[in-house]
Design a protein around this ligand. Structure first.
Ligand SMILES: Nc1ncnc2c1ncn2[C@@H]1O[C@H](COP(=O)(O)OP(=O)(O)OP(=O)(O)O)[C@@H](O)[C@H]1O
Length: 378
C-alpha cells in the first residue's frame, strides 16, 4: 500500500495545562509528591488529521475549542503533551498575538523573523522594501511594535510571513483585524500562495473566508476533532450546531459549556491510550506489538513536560552540591577540612591585611578557633 502523502500529520495529539492559581502554587507543585490537587485542563484530547501538500485546510470551532492550541503545536511554538506531529517543511505562522517582539521596531522585527527563517542579510535587504510596502504601515515601520494597533501588527505579521516564502503558511485569525483593503490584499496573496502549490492552515471564525479559501475544514469542538471533510459539508454541520446553540436559553448554554469543560478537566490520558490500542487492535487483529507502537506514538516524540521523581531527586542533589561548594568557597576552608569539622563551614577564616613598608601587602590568616596566625607571605 502506497504511503499517504502529507505535508502535516498530527496523530493522537493532546495538550494538558495545569491551572495553577498562583506562582507559589506552581513552585510548590515542583516539590510536592502528590500533584492531584492541582486542577488540570486538557485543551486537546486526542486530535488526528493530515494536511496534503498544496491543500488549504480551515480550522473552525467555538471560542476556546483548541484551534490556536493545535496551530501553535503545528508551528512548533508550544509542545504537545502526547502524540506525534510531523511537519514536512518550514512553517510560518501569522497570528494576532504571536511572533512580533514588541520592543523592536517593525523593521527590526522583519530582519529578526527573516533571520530566524534562515534567510541571509542580503536576501533580507532585497525583500525589505517589498515587505514594508505590502504592510503599508508608513513611518511606523521604524517605531517599536508596542505602539502599533492590532490591525498594524496583523499587517506587518502577514507581510513578513508571506514574503519569507515558507512551505506552509499558518494563519490564525490574523485577517479578522485588518480593514477591507488589506483583507483583499491578503486574500489575493493567499490565492497566489495556493497557486504556487504551498500548504495553508487557516484558523478562523469567519466562515465566509473559510469557504472562500479552504479545500477542507477541520471542526475542533471542545478539544476534540468533531469533523473533517470538504469545506461545504463541515461548515453546514457547524452552522447547524451554532444555530442549535444560539437557540438555547442562557442557563442551558451555561450548562452545556460547563459540561464540556468538565469533560476536558477530567480527561484520562491512560484511558485514552487504552482506547486507541483497542481500536487499532480491532482494526488490525493480525498486528503484534500494537500497544508498543501506540505507546511510542504517544510519548516517543515528546519531552515529558513533568519531571520524573528520579530527575527531581538528581536536580535537588545538584542544587545542594552547588550550595555546599559555594559555602566552602566563602568559608575559606578546604573541602577536607569542612568534612572533618562540618561546623567550620559557618566559621570563615579571617583575612587581615597588614600594611608594611614593602611593595606588596602581607596577609596574615587567622584561624577562628585557635587564634593562631600564620604568615602567608612576606
Ligand atoms: N496557557 C494556558 N493555560 C491554561 N489554559 C490554556 C492556556 N492556553 C489555552 N488554554 C485553554 O485551552 C483552551 C483552548 O484555547 P485556544 O486558544 O486553543 O482556543 P481557540 O479555539 O483558539 O479559541 P478562540 O477562538 O477564542 O481563539 C481554552 O479553554 C483556553 O482557556
Amino acid at each position: 500500500m502506497a504511503e499517504e502523502q502529507y505535508k502535516i500529520k498530527v496523530q493522537n495529539v493532546t495538550k494538558e495545562y495545569d491551572l495553577f492559581k498562583t506562582q507559589t502554587e506552581k513552585l510548590k507543585s515542583f516539590f510536592s509528591i502528590n500533584n492531584k490537587n492541582v486542577p488540570h485542563f486538557w485543551s486537546l484530547m486526542g486530535v488526528s488529521f493530515t494536511v496534503k501538500p498544496g491543500e488549504a485546510l480551515g480550522i473552525i470551532g467555538v471560542n476556546g475549542s483548541g484551534k490556536s492550541t493545535i496551530s501553535n503545536i503545528i508551528s512548533g511554538i508550544i509542545p504537545q503533551t502526547t502524540g506525534e506531529v510531523d511537519v514536512k517543511g518550514d512553517t510560518s505562522i501569522v497570528a494576532i498575538n504571536s511572533g512580533l517582539k514588541k520592543n523592536l521596531t517593525g523593521r527590526e522585527n522583519i530582519r529578526l523573523k527573516s533571520l530566524m527563517q534562515g534567510l541571509t542579510n542580503s536576501e533580507i535587504d532585497t525583500m525589505m522594501d517589498d515587505i514594508i510596502s505590502f504592510a503599508d504601515i508608513g513611518d511606523f515601520v521604524d517605531q517599536p511594535v508596542k505602539s502599533y494597533s492590532s490591525g498594524m501588527k496583523s499587517r506587518l505579521g502577514f507581510s513578513i510571513a508571506v514574503h519569507i516564502k515558507p512551505d506552509i503558511l499558518i494563519i490564525d485569525e490574523a485577517l479578522s483585524v485588518g480593514d477591507d483593503t488589506f483583507y483583499q490584499k491578503c486574500v489575493d496573496k493567499i490565492s497566489e500562495f495556493r497557486n504556487e502549490g504551498k500548504t495553508i492552515v487557516f484558523v478562523s471564525h469567519a466562515l465566509k473566508q473559510v469557504e472562500l479559501l479552504c479545500d477542507r475544514v477541520a471542526w475542533i469542538n471542545y478539544g476534540k476533532l468533531k469533523q473533517i471533510g470538504p469545506t461545504e459539508e463541515v461548515i453546514k454541520e457547524y452552522r447547524k450546531f451554532t444555530a442549535w446553540f444560539k437557540k438555547l436559553s442562557k442557563k442551558d448554554k451555561k450548562k452545556f459549556e460547563t459540561e464540556q469543560k468538565d469533560i476536558q478537566k477530567h480527561f484520562d490520558i491512560n484511558k485514552y491510550e487504552q482506547s486507541v490500542i483497542k481500536a487499532e487492535t480491532d482494526a488490525h487483529p493480525d498486528e503484534k506489538n500494537v500497544a508498543n507502537v501506540v505507546n511510542h506514538r504517544f510519548y516517543g516524540s515528546v519531552l515529558r513536560e513533568k519531571m520524573s521523581w528520579l530527575s527531581k531527586g538528581v536536580t535537588a542533589l545538584v542544587a545542594l552540591a552547588i550550595v555546599f561548594f559555594c559555602l566552602v568557597n566563602v568559608s575559606g576552608h578546604t573541602v577536607t577540612h569542612v568534612f572533618a569539622k562540618p561546623a567550620s563551614l559557618f566559621k570563615p577564616t579571617k583575612v587581615l591585611e597588614v600594611p608594611n613598608n614593602r611593595t606588596h601587602k602581607t596577609k596574615i590568616v587567622y584561624e577562628n578557633k585557635t587564634k593562631k596566625h600564620h604568615k602567608k607571605s612576606e
